[in-house]
Design a protein around this ligand. Structure first.
Ligand code: HEC
Length: 149
């Protein structure tokens, strides 16, 4: 009688550990995911940081705080502009218009990494799956500045 119970507990523990990742995946698939669900990885954001430093920082500032006509890409003003939109909206905006002096030059992996970095600096958590570069401009993941209940 003891052995099956131990096995049962183990199974439940494994299911529990996978459960969180599974729920996040289901949320993404159903279009209900938000940037609070861990939708990029730390490594992807790190690649984005390097691209940002060489391609964007000259105008938007080293800490994304904005300089003159280039708006901040983090904090209250950024959240006010982008909360309620999606990763697709942000990625597409960057794709078609940035960098201002060379629009349309970013690859999809670069776009996805930049979005990951912007999310990271704005305080949204990293997770275990990257933003898929092929889907970045169609990603339904919602940008919401306040963590949903
Ligand atoms: C030559 C200067 C310059 C460079 C380089 C540049 N930007 Fe911009 N960016 C601007 C200016 C100016 C605006 C506002 C006017 C506009 O939208 O064209 C802007 C607007 C934006 C916006 C819209 C922000 C908002 O809330 O409305 C985003 C997002 C953005 N830039 C991201 C980027 C990223 C990511 C890079 C690097 C790949 C980049 N920019 C490089 C000057 C620049």
């Amino acid at each position: 009688m003891t052995q099956p119970m131990v096995t049962g507990r183990r199974v439940r523990a494994v299911v529990g550990a996978c459960g969180a990742a599974l729920l996040a995946a289901v949320a993404v698939a159903q279009g209900g995911a938000t940037v609070w669900d861990g939708v990029y990885t730390a490594e992807q954001a790190e690649r984005g940081r390097e691209i940002y430093a060489t391609t964007c920082a000259v105008c938007h500032g080293p800490a994304l705080g904005g300089v003159e006509s280039a708006p901040p890409l983090t904090g209250d003003q950024f959240n006010a502009n982008w909360s309620g939109t999606t990763i697709a909206d942000l990625a597409e905006r960057i794709r078609i218009s940035m960098p201002v002096d060379k629009p349309g030059t970013l690859s999809r992996p670069q776009l996805a990494a930049l979005v990951a970095y912007i999310l990271k600096v704005d305080g949204f958590p990293a997770g275990t799956a990257e933003i898929d570069p092929q889907l970045v401009t169609s990603s339904p993941v919602k940008i919401v500045s306040n963590k949903p209940e």
